[in-house]
Design a protein around this ligand. Structure first.
Ligand code: TYD
Length: 216
């Protein structure tokens, strides 16, 4: 979906344990400190906390063996349709800066890694969701992502977090970063502040008129 809008849409992607949420926090705070007083910075997360998002989380806990990749794709897509209608489009129309902690590139990479056709996933999503202005893909090897989940979060990896599967997810993310003109691949193994600095350089280079454009 290519729509005229006043706002800016930034998506942050990467495999589990890449550090997306930490970087989204820092980006949100930094942009909030730079923006003009009339502009909102809205941070959103997919899957959402809505009914489809809840169903998805149950699946992630219980294992996915009984769910086909098509059903899985459809659940994430339905969740996103709601998010676009209720949150993303209204905010972009108001002129907000919207930061997505996961977006439809997760759909492409995770369901693509289960065998669903990548062009199909991308096309279906772009029928219902606006293409972002900036896509930031944080890249780390799956074994590091998984060890971060175990050690730092104290969690047991869920059904989406198997190492060989995440290797395929990572490959798709890397290919997207090479092919999409608005995408940037960022090495996620560096210290948190270095990753943040790299992200800010990209965002500010792409939005040199951040303050003036977001006031219009
Ligand atoms: P979540 O539990 O919120 O994990 P995280 O905090 O790492 O974002 O997300 C659940 C999983 O959903 C995550 O492993 C990636 C996966 N996912 C998809 O498979 N397809 C999608 O379209 C999206 C948005 C997420």
């Amino acid at each position: 979906m290519r729509v005229t809008r006043k706002g800016v849409l930034i998506a942050v992607e990467g495999i589990d344990g890449a550090g997306k949420s930490t970087q989204v926090d820092l980006l949100e705070r930094h942009l909030t400190s730079l923006k003009p007083s009339t502009t909102y910075v809205l941070r959103l997360k997919e899957p959402t906390d809505g009914p489809f998002g809840k169903k998805i989380r149950e699946l992630a806990e219980d294992g996915r063996s009984s769910t086909s990749v098509m059903e899985e794709f459809q659940l994430f897509l339905n969740d996103r349709i709601e998010d676009v209608k209720q949150n993303i489009m209204p905010a972009l129309k108001r002129g907000s800066i919207v930061i997505m902690d996961r977006y439809y590139f997760s759909n492409i990479a995770y369901q693509g890694a289960r065998g669903l056709n990548i062009d199909y996933i991308k096309n279906e999503n772009e029928k219902i969701a606006p293409v972002p202005d900036i896509l930031l893909i944080i890249d780390i090897p799956p074994e590091i992502g998984i060890s971060r989940i175990r050690n730092l979060r104290g969690d047991t990896p869920n059904a989406f977090e198997d190492e060989r599967y995440l290797e395929r997810v990572r490959e798709i993310f890397t290919t997207l970063a090479e092919e999409l003109p608005y995408a940037h691949l960022i090495k996620g193994e560096k210290p948190i502040t270095s990753v943040h600095e790299e992200i800010m350089e990209i965002v500010l280079a792409d939005l040199p008129n951040l303050s003036s454009s977001s006031q219009s």
